[in-house]
Design a protein around this ligand. Structure first.
Ligand code: MLT
Length: 394
C-alpha cells in the first residue's frame, strides 16, 4: 500500500485548523481571556424563522408513514432546484432545474468537482484566495500557476494570454480581499477561458453580500459563460447554514470538453459518491426563497454589513489601509508597522483578545495583510473595535 504522497507537499495544517489550535493553546495558558473571534467566517445569527419552520414541518412529514421519504434524488429535490433557478432568473440568468445540483456546501463542491477533471490539467489560482482551491489541487498533484492579486490590480487579477491554464478558480466577492469583479472584467475571463478551452470554477459563495447593483452576482450574467464555467453557491453565509450544510453547483448542459458534457460526468460522480442532502435541510434551504425567507435573510445580511461598516470606520480612524467590506463581509487590512501577518495575529490576540486570520494563510501575496470577518455579533464587533481603537502600537 502506498499513500498519496501529494499530501506531504501540503502545509502541515489547514489554515483555520491552525488558527483553532493556536487559539486553544492561548486559552490554555490564559484561561481568563475573553476572546472575540473574528477569524473564520462563521455566522453568529441563528437560522431565520422561515427556515426553521420549514424544517420543523419537514421533520413532521418524515415522522408520518404517508409522507416519509427515504433516499432523495442524488442531485437534489426539484422544489429546491426550481427555487434556485427562479432566483437566478431574477439576476437575468436562465437555467434549467436539471443544471443545478444541490450539495452539502461550497467547500465540498469546489474540491469534489476535481474528480471529473484530469490530474494533468494546469490550474490557475489567484493569490491570495480561499486556501481550499490550492490545497485540493496539491492533493491531486496538479501543476499550479498563480495569478497575482495585489494592491496594484485592486486584488482583481485579469487573464494573461501568455499564461496557459486548463482550470481557473475565480472567487467574487473574493475571500479574503472582498474585491468584486465588474462585468467587463469577468467578460475578459470568459473570453480567455473560451479561447483556451479552459474551465472556470466560479465560487459565488458571497454573492448575496454585494450591495452595488451594477456588479455581477453570477458568472452567468456574462454572455458565453455557460459554455465555460461551473458556478458554486452556498447557503452558509447567506442564510446561516455553516452548521446545517447546503449549497449548490451549476453545471450547464452547454458545457462540453473533449466532446463530453461535464453535466453527465458530474451526475455520474454525484450518484456514485453522494447520497444527497437531507430532505429536512433542503426544505429549510427552499424557504430562503419565500417572501418571508428573503426578507429575514436580508435583515441578517444587513446586520453583518453593518458590522463591516463599523470595522471599516475603525480602520479609517486608526489610519490603517484596508480593502473590502463594502460588497463583502470581509475586511482586508494592511498590517501596521511592517508586521507580518502572523506577528499581527499574535499582537491582536495577546493585547486585544481579538482573533483574526493572517493574510499569508491565503497565499504569498497575503503576507503583511490580515482578514477580519463581519460575521460576529453586533455586540462583539463593537467591543472588538473599541479594543482595537485603544491599541497603542497599531
Ligand atoms: C472562511 O473563513 O474563509 C470560511 O468560512 C472558511 C470556509 O468556508 O471553509
Amino acid at each position: 500500500m502506498k499513500i498519496n504522497r501529494n499530501y506531504l507537499s501540503l502545509k502541515e495544517n489547514y489554515l483555520f485548523a491552525d488558527i483553532s489550535r493556536k487559539v486553544a493553546e492561548y486559552m490554555t495558558s490564559n484561561p481568563d481571556a475573553t476572546l472575540i473571534r473574528l477569524g473564520i467566517g462563521d455566522v453568529t445569527l441563528p437560522l431565520c424563522p422561515a427556515v426553521t419552520e420549514a424544517m420543523k414541518d419537514a421533520v413532521d412529514e418524515m415522522g408520518i408513514g404517508e409522507s416519509f421519504r427515504g433516499y432523495g434524488p442524488y442531485e437534489g429535490y426539484d422544489f429546491l432546484r426550481e427555487a434556485l433557478c427562479e432566483s437566478y432568473k431574477q439576476k437575468g440568468v436562465s437555467l434549467e432545474a436539471d443544471e443545478v445540483f444541490v450539495s452539502d456546501g461550497a467547500k465540498c463542491d469546489v474540491s469534489n468537482i476535481l474528480d471529473i477533471l484530469a490530474g494533468d490539467n494546469v490550474v490557475l489560482i489567484p493569490d491570495p484566495v480561499y486556501p481550499v482551491y490550492l490545497d485540493t489541487n496539491i492533493m491531486d498533484g496538479r501543476t499550479i500557476r498563480f495569478c497575482d492579486a495585489t494592491t496594484r490590480n485592486g486584488f482583481l487579477p485579469l487573464p494573461d494570454s501568455a499564461v496557459r491554464a486548463d482550470i481557473i478558480y475565480l472567487c467574487s466577492p473574493n475571500n479574503p480581499t472582498g474585491a468584486v469583479y465588474t462585468r467587463r472584467q469577468l467578460a475578459q475571463w470568459v473570453d480567455y477561458a473560451r479561447e483556451q478551452e479552459a474551465l472556470i470554477l466560479f465560487d459565488a459563495a458571497y454573492e448575496a453580500f454585494i450591495q452595488d447593483p451594477s456588479l455581477p452576482r453570477s458568472i452567468y450574467e456574462i454572455p458565453g459563460a455557460q459554455s465555460c464555467a461551473v458556478e458554486i453557491g452556498s447557503f452558509s453565509k447567506t442564510a446561516g447554514f455553516t452548521g446545517t450544510r447546503c449549497g449548490w453547483c451549476v453545471v450547464p448542459r452547454d458545457l462540453t470538453r473533449e466532446g463530453v458534457r461535464l453535466h453527465q460526468l458530474w451526475m455520474r460522480r454525484q450518484s456514485t459518491k453522494f447520497n444527497g442532502v437531507s430532505y429536512i435541510v433542503q426544505r429549510g434551504a427552499a424557504a430562503v426563497f419565500t417572501e418571508k425567507g428573503r426578507r429575514q435573510i436580508h435583515e441578517n445580511i444587513d446586520m453583518y454589513m453593518g458590522n463591516a461598516k463599523i470595522i471599516a470606520q475603525t480602520m479609517r480612524e486608526k489610519g490603517i489601509t484596508y480593502f473590502g467590506g463594502d460588497n463583502s463581509p470581509y475586511i482586508w487590512l494592511q498590517c501596521p508597522e511592517g508586521m507580518t501577518s502572523w506577528q499581527y495575529f499574535d499582537v491582536l490576540l495577546e493585547t486585544a483578545g481579538i482573533v483574526g486570520t493572517p493574510g499569508s494563510g491565503f497565499g504569498g501575496n497575503g503576507e503583511g495583510f490580515f482578514r477580519l470577518t463581519a460575521f460576529g455579533s453586533r455586540v462583539n464587533t463593537v467591543e472588538a473595535m473599541d479594543r482595537f481603537k485603544n491599541l497603542l502600537s497599531c
